[in-house]
Design a binder for this molecule. Structure first.
Ligand SMILES: *[C@@H]1O[C@H](CO)[C@@H](O)[C@H](O)[C@H]1NC(C)=O
Ligand SMILES: *[C@@H]1O[C@H](CO)[C@@H](O)[C@H](O)[C@H]1NC(C)=O
Ligand SMILES: *[C@@H]1O[C@H](CO)[C@@H](O)[C@H](O)[C@H]1NC(C)=O
Ligand SMILES: *[C@@H]1O[C@H](CO)[C@@H](O)[C@H](O)[C@H]1NC(C)=O
Ligand SMILES: *[C@@H]1O[C@H](CO)[C@@H](O)[C@H](O)[C@H]1NC(C)=O
Ligand SMILES: *[C@@H]1O[C@H](CO)[C@@H](O)[C@H](O)[C@H]1NC(C)=O
Ligand SMILES: *[C@@H]1O[C@H](CO)[C@@H](O)[C@H](O)[C@H]1NC(C)=O
Ligand SMILES: *[C@@H]1O[C@H](CO)[C@@H](O)[C@H](O)[C@H]1NC(C)=O
Ligand SMILES: *[C@@H]1O[C@H](CO)[C@@H](O)[C@H](O)[C@H]1NC(C)=O
Ligand SMILES: *[C@@H]1O[C@H](CO)[C@@H](O)[C@H](O)[C@H]1NC(C)=O
Ligand SMILES: *[C@@H]1O[C@H](CO)[C@@H](O)[C@H](O)[C@H]1NC(C)=O
Ligand SMILES: *[C@@H]1O[C@H](CO)[C@@H](O)[C@H](O)[C@H]1NC(C)=O
Length: 673
């Protein structure tokens, strides 16, 4: 028996273990609402000869062949189908919930089912500890209640389920605590309750979480660090705050009576520079936030250069220009003729570059100077200063003639390099004779010779400079005359021409027939060229003689002296023209021309050069005598008139000419002139 029971127990366990997956209890409904009916069926169907139904281990029905025993506890609310082994429960109660087991003994089988009988959910209600909260300070508790079994709670913030770090569920989920609420915890919060057969939602509750001010920002328009005076600067403050923050403003920690989030510095002035603070206040959270910005308002600059009084710019002196600047300055620099100037050995900058100093002015410093001042909001270029370096007088000089003729006018010019122009005065023999750069000396006298002094004075530099000029007044040439030493120039005699000059001359030249005089062996020029010596005079010296005397001013040319050399008679010839009557013509060379007469038998028969011999004139010697009327020198020759030359007059003529040519030189040699 014991072994058999053991064996059957073992068998049952085996069946149970092996039958878990194959035999199941199928409810007609599960879970099901209170008051409902349910039938539990074994699936797949099996003919269990002996077995029982149990609820939570308590037997409900027990059967074996031909007998069924049902407990009292379900009397009237349960039925057992002997053929199908189903049980049906009617008007079920919550307490009918539990583990239902069908235990077969023959055959040994076990199937079970957890049946849930539930009450539908109603009256879901949500309450909250308070709704006006302060962020990061307050906590809040939600409580959810409902009718029904079982009750499963879940919570929603808006449409999403609440699951946050600062959230805690209590009382099986029916309570929700949000500790240290944030602005994101405003809801709407909803409690949702559910079981297997129904569900329900609570009303929604929103929280009013006050927060801030936070993220306080001050915006400045225009958005720059520095503003030029006269700008309109708008300051606006914003923050995240609930309720909206109240703002007020301070300037350098002094409260301004401004409560708007925005205010404007209209036409800002430089003395409004400072620290502007915006203070945001939340009257609920009682929290404050402050943001500060430093606003710089800077005047624009204006600049003018100034020259120090009483110190004109003078060459080699030092000199300074100062730039007068209105307004705040960051930097100053200088330009000359539009080009940047940089300090060097001669040029220095001081007084934050406002003063430009020339250590030693030079002429190249002349130019247009300007200073340029800048700050962060503006630039200003000064008015121009035109620097002209004063200097001199330098290189004072006189120009004019060195010598002048008595009675003439001269002009002396004085000049000097000077800025400004010098004032000039003239001195002669210790006395001031004129003012101005030009001195006119009229109608000069001999005692106007001497040293003339020009004094140049620069009334800015105060410098004087002088120059002297030696003027020599001389008597010039007033006449030039060529004078011969004789009124009768004779050939073969010595003769002299004098150049008589009235006045002072420097040189003399002689001209013959407008050509420079050619000096040959027979003439020479003596004594500063004043004398031409003809040694002796020759016929070829005939010509127009002029003397050119040159003084310091110009050449003076004399009247021409016409030299005519007197000579002769020479070359005496008789020309015979023998026809019916014979004509004898006598001719000699001579200056002045000779006068002639004819002699026959020592008797003058004719006083002319031409002798006409009528027919039948006597034969014999006809003699022609030529006489120079100036010198009375004479020359004679004879013509032999015979039947021979009457017959052949041409031959005779030729013969006579030949004869004369032979005789004349002999005569000239024998007879002195
Ligand atoms: C439950 O069964 C009883 C008896 O068969 C019947 O009178 C009743 O209407 C049923 N109830 C439901 C909800 O089906
Ligand atoms: C609330 O939260 C803030 C910020 O998260 C924290 O500084 C503060 O300590 C918290 N207060 C409490 C009571 O938890
Ligand atoms: C500043 O505002 C005043 C008044 O609103 C206006 O007259 C002026 O032109 C503005 N100045 C500038 C620079 O915008
Ligand atoms: C502040 O300004 C308001 C109007 O803007 C004025 O009524 C009040 O007197 C001012 N308060 C002070 C202290 O200036
Ligand atoms: C701004 O200030 C300047 C000088 O201070 C003044 O001339 C001008 O009228 C002012 N303009 C306004 C709009 O206040
Ligand atoms: C600021 O400067 C303006 C002129 O630029 C002047 O009228 C005003 O009085 C000054 N204000 C103060 C507080 O010095
Ligand atoms: C002065 O001038 C020099 C040369 O122009 C320049 O380098 C320097 O920055 C200037 N300084 C100021 C204060 O303006
Ligand atoms: C000042 O002048 C410089 C060069 O001339 C220029 O670049 C700059 O914009 C000017 N600044 C202002 C504020 O006018
Ligand atoms: C010299 O100057 C005087 C007066 O200026 C003038 O009358 C005269 O004609 C001048 N003489 C000569 C030669 O120029
Ligand atoms: C200096 O000389 C100039 C002319 O050279 C004159 O115009 C000016 O008045 C003088 N100045 C003085 C102070 O004498
Ligand atoms: C002018 O003449 C004098 C005497 O003849 C002489 O001493 C002086 O050096 C001369 N001056 C000039 C500038 O030639
Ligand atoms: C010219 O000079 C010579 C020599 O000096 C002199 O004998 C003669 O008298 C002078 N004649 C006149 C007209 O001056």
């Amino acid at each position: 028996m014991e072994s058999k029971c053991f064996c059957s127990f073992t068998f049952i366990i085996t069946i149970y273990i092996t039958g878990v997956s194959s035999q199941r209890l199928i409810p007609s409904a599960n879970p099901l609402a209170v008051g409902g009916n349910v039938t539990l069926t074994l699936n797949p169907q099996m003919n269990i000869v002996a077995g029982s139904w149990l609820l939570d281990g308590n037997i409900l029905v027990f059967w074996y062949p031909d007998n069924v025993i049902v407990t009292d506890s379900f009397k009237g609310r349960m039925s057992f189908n002997s053929s199908t082994r189903q049980i049906s429960l009617y008007s079920v109660r919550v307490s009918d919930s539990g583990l239902y087991v069908l235990q077969g003994v023959t055959p040994s089988v076990k199937a079970e089912l957890e049946l849930s009988v539930q009450e539908p959910i109603t009256n879901v209600s949500l309450t909250v500890s308070k709704t006006n909260l302060v962020e990061f300070k307050d906590s809040v508790t939600f409580t959810c209640t409902a009718h029904g079994t079982p009750l499963v709670f879940s919570w929603y913030n808006g449409s999403s389920e609440v699951k946050a770090a600062n959230v805690q569920l209590i009382n099986n989920g029916s309570g929700l605590i949000i500790s240290n609420v944030t602005r994101y915890d405003s809801g709407p919060f909803i409690c949702s309750v559910a079981n297997g057969i129904s569900n329900g939602k609570s009303r929604s509750i929103s929280l009013d979480v006050s927060y801030g001010p936070s993220n306080l920002i001050m915006a400045v328009l225009p958005n720059t660090m520095e503003h030029v005076s006269g700008s309109n600067i708008t300051l606006s403050c914003s923050s995240e705050s609930k309720p909206t923050a109240l703002f007020h403003w301070s300037y350098n920690d002094i409260s301004l009576n401004i409560t708007s989030p925005t205010f404007q510095l209209t036409n800002a002035t430089q003395n409004q520079t400072g620290a502007y603070a915006c203070i945001a206040q939340n009257t609920v959270t009682l929290r404050y936030a402050t943001v500060t910005r430093t606003i710089s308002i800077i005047d624009p600059i204006s600049a003018t250069p100034l020259v120090p009084f009483g110190e004109p710019p003078i060459f080699n002196n030092s000199f300074s220009l100062t730039c007068v600047i209105m307004g705040p300055v960051d930097s100053v620099h200088w330009i000359k003729d539009g080009v940047d100037l940089f300090p060097d050995s001669r040029l220095s900058l001081s007084n934050q570059n406002k003063t430009l100093t020339f250590n030693h002015l030079t002429l190249s410093d002349d130019g247009k100077y300007q200073c340029v001042a800048s700050n962060t909001v503006s630039n200003a270029t000064s008015t121009a200063y035109y620097l002209i370096v004063n200097y001199g007088p330098w290189s004072t000089r006189i120009s004019g003639p060195v010598r002048a003729e008595v009675g003439s006018n001269v002009t002396l010019n004085c000049s000097a390099s000077s800025q400004p122009a010098s004032q000039y005065s003239w001195f002669f023999q210790g006395s001031k004779v004129a003012e101005g750069s030009v001195y006119h000396a009229d109608s000069l006298l001999l005692n106007s010779s001497g040293e003339y002094t020009c004094l140049a004075h620069n009334n800015i530099t105060g410098i004087n400079s002088s120059a002297t000029w030696n003027l020599t007044v001389v008597v010039g040439i007033s006449s030039v005359v060529v004078t011969p030493n004789t009124l009768v120039p004779l050939a073969s005699k010595d003769m002299q021409l004098f150049c008589n000059v009235t006045g002072v001359f420097e040189s003399i030249q002689w001209l013959k027939d407008n050509q420079p005089l050619n000096t040959t062996a027979t003439k020479s020029i003596y004594m500063n060229n004043t004398i031409v010596d003809f040694h002796p005079l020759q016929i070829t010296d005939d010509g127009l003689y002029q003397c050119v005397a040159t003084d310091i001013f110009r050449p003076h040319v004399s009247q021409a002296y016409h030299l005519i050399v007197n000579y002769g008679p020479v070359d005496l010839t008789i020309t015979a023209d023998i026809k019916i009557v014979s004509v004898l013509t006598c001719n000699a060379k001579s200056q002045p021309p000779s006068v002639y007469h004819w002699l026959f038998n020592n008797t003058v028969i004719n006083e002319e050069a031409m002798l006409i011999l009528p027919v039948m004139s006597p034969w014999g010697n006809y003699t022609c005598v030529a006489i120079n009327p100036l010198t009375n020198d004479t020359l004679s020759t004879s013509y032999v008139f015979s039947e021979h030359n009457a017959v052949a007059p041409l031959q005779t003529n030729v013969l006579l000419t030949a004869l004369c040519a032979l005789v004349l030189p002999v005569l000239m040699m024998m007879k002195p002139f």
